[in-house]
Design a protein around this ligand. Sequence first.
Ligand code: GDP
Length: 327
Amino acid sequence: MARVVITGVTGQDGSYLAERLVAEGAEVHGLVRASDAAAAASDALARGVVLHEGDLGDEDGLRRLVDEVEPDEVYNLAGISSVAQSWREPVLTGRLSGLSVTVLLDAAARLQDRTGRRVAFVQASSSEIFGDAAVSPQDESTPVRPVSPYGAAKAFAHHAAAVYRGRGLHVATCILFNHESPRRPTTFVTRKITSAAARIAREGSGTIRLGNLAARRDWGWAPDYVDAMVRAARHDVPDDFVVASGTTHTVAEFAEAALRRAGLGDDWADHVESDPEFFRPADASVMVGDAGKARRELGWTPSVTFEEVVGRMVDHDLELAEREAGA
Ligand code: GDP
């Protein structure tokens, strides 16, 4: 039975990954912050995950976790996950999403040296490492040139992963483009839109205040991206893989699709406002990935269309709004 460590197990990707690996019969260990431990405990029990309380900033704690569990696979999904938050907390972002990755890589490499067993490491890298890329679509050879504190931290981690690959650790990076689900927090524009659309549908009025409506993103379905990470961990050759849907839509198009799904199609534009408060100091205008290598080498393929991603998120939020109204 495979032993697995997942950092960020309480997040969107971590929770889908944990469910999948537990279902496969793996022994899954998850790192969870002390502040999330109580809330995570009931969920984790349901998912069959062994929780370890700890902090990404605690180097000794991270090393102890790897030493004690002796995992076959490490999935590093933890860190500051939102670009917006990274502008508010740039230093913390660098520490948690950048520097702490070297601690885990180093602990995994030492474990491999000590036991002589292969340790597979997957770093959840990000399209944000490309910043406002000069080439489109972006692939594994696109220059790394971030434009946000989040992108800079992920770029550092991306390079550190390559360094440890050179040292003999089986490190794959998945360069994940935006991937969404009903488990996305509302700090991300997609869930902000779908939860607001559900509220407007229930109340019959209201607007969604957003930033740059013209920003284009490549939005996929989170469980598909988790599938790519598992494939990357188990592939013979550790490598970098872009994971993306290959299609883009604007924030305005996402809002339109969501409001239509919520039954507000005819006057959807009346429910959307652009507010300077939500613009960013710097923002990639278009992000679109070429996942050709993941398709060819990992046999990966996205299974959910853009319309269906929006639809599933809106349906979930409509149900939630109804339950709250009934409560
Ligand atoms: P990101 O691509 O990882 O930063 O994911 P987000 O969902 O946070 O943002 C996606 C895009 O939507 C970015 O270009 C944002 O500038 C844009 N955007 C427009 N309005 C908003 C908003 O109100 N909130 C957020 N989070 N993003 C917004």
